[in-house]
Design a protein around this ligand. Structure first.
Ligand code: ZN
Length: 317
């Protein structure tokens, strides 16, 4: 394992790169100091457990000092590792949205949906999904507040990307942890990309949640994929437009041919237009963003949303 990568965010807040897919800059976890302990935001998947624990120690935090662990939602790249961390973080209480908690306690549906979405690659990507005893996990619904050093961490219900999505606002730094609710914005990329997977993508909810996050007037947006954005407030403002752009591309493709592969290809062409005489842009697997937010998942997310909202029929006849 490479030396842990930990970034100081000021006021004691730290980012831990959990080295997903042995790749820098894909999934971040965050440490926020409390009086007499630490809060961890996001666990990542079980496959990142050792990198996360090494990063926490490297940040100078004892594993028994971690008291509160929040996950933005229960997708496996954010919360798949909760069960695998119970022993390593013996004094921690875990927190997730109330719609997500039952699936962390009894993860058979999580496992099944991972197999559906990722096929044979699921085990290699996510590792074991260990059930969490109900005594170790607390359900949140939004509106809760937790003391942290210099202020409080407030919980915002932010459905849309998923029904069980939360964001966390740190009043001391005015930083907001957006999970996947404001898309994916890797370091050095110019803008956030849509994070719009199946099964419960809801664009109206996603846009209202974005408004709710903007209403906190964040000074800093902290993406799970990945890190602090130099212009987070601007990113939040522009994200709706990017999602609408992709939605329109996907909808016109789907009305032409609702085959997921066809819609995937249209989204890819939209995002990486053919370069004319110039050398071709890197193909899918080389584009790091697609490692955490691929075109195919977006196509399937949109298709399911269009179907359940009766949007495909309008294009027929
Ligand atoms: Zn997600």
């Amino acid at each position: 394992m490479p030396r842990p990568r930990v970034l100081d965010l000021g006021q004691g807040r730290q980012l831990v790169d959990i080295d997903f897919r042995d790749t820098e800059g894909l999934i971040a976890a965050y440490l926020v100091p409390e009086e007499g302990g630490w809060t961890l935001i996001e666990t990542g998947p079980s496959t990142c457990r050792d990198a996360l624990l090494a990063g926490i120690r490297y940040a100078g935090v004892g594993l028994d000092e971690v008291r509160h662990v929040f996950v933005t939602h229960i997708h496996l790249d954010h919360a798949g590792g909760v069960g695998a961390l119970l022993d390593a973080l013996p004094r921690a209480t875990f927190y997730a949205h109330e719609l997500g908690v039952p699936h962390l306690v009894e993860p058979s549906k999580l496992v099944a949906s991972a197999r559906r979405a990722w096929g044979a690659a699921a085990d290699r990507l996510w590792g074991p999904i260990v059930p969490v005893p109900a005594t170790r996990i607390v359900a949140l619904r939004g509106g809760e507040r937790f003391p942290v050093r210099g202020g409080e961490l407030s919980v915002l219900a932010t459905p849309g990307h998923a029904r069980h999505h939360l964001a966390f606002f740190d009043s001391a730094t005015r930083g907001i942890f957006t999970g996947d609710g404001a898309g994916v914005r890797l370091e050095r990329s110019s803008r956030a990309r849509p994070a719009v997977p199946p099964p419960d993508l809801d664009l109206e909810q996603l846009f209202s949640s974005l408004d709710a996050m903007r209403a906190t007037h964040p000074a800093l947006v902290l993406y799970s994929h990945f890190g602090p954005s130099p212009d987070g407030a601007g990113d939040l403002e522009r994200y709706r437009g990017v999602v609408e752009e992709w939605r329109d591309v996907a909808l016109s493709a789907a009305r032409e041919n609702p085959d997921p592969d066809f819609v995937t290809q249209r989204l890819r062409e939209h995002d990486q237009p053919p370069s004319g005489g110039a050398p071709p842009a890197p193909a899918g697997p080389d584009d790091r963003s697609t490692l955490v937010s691929g075109y195919e998942l977006a196509a399937r997310g949109f298709l399911r949303y269009f179907e359940t909202h009766g949007l495909l029929a309008q294009g027929l006849g």
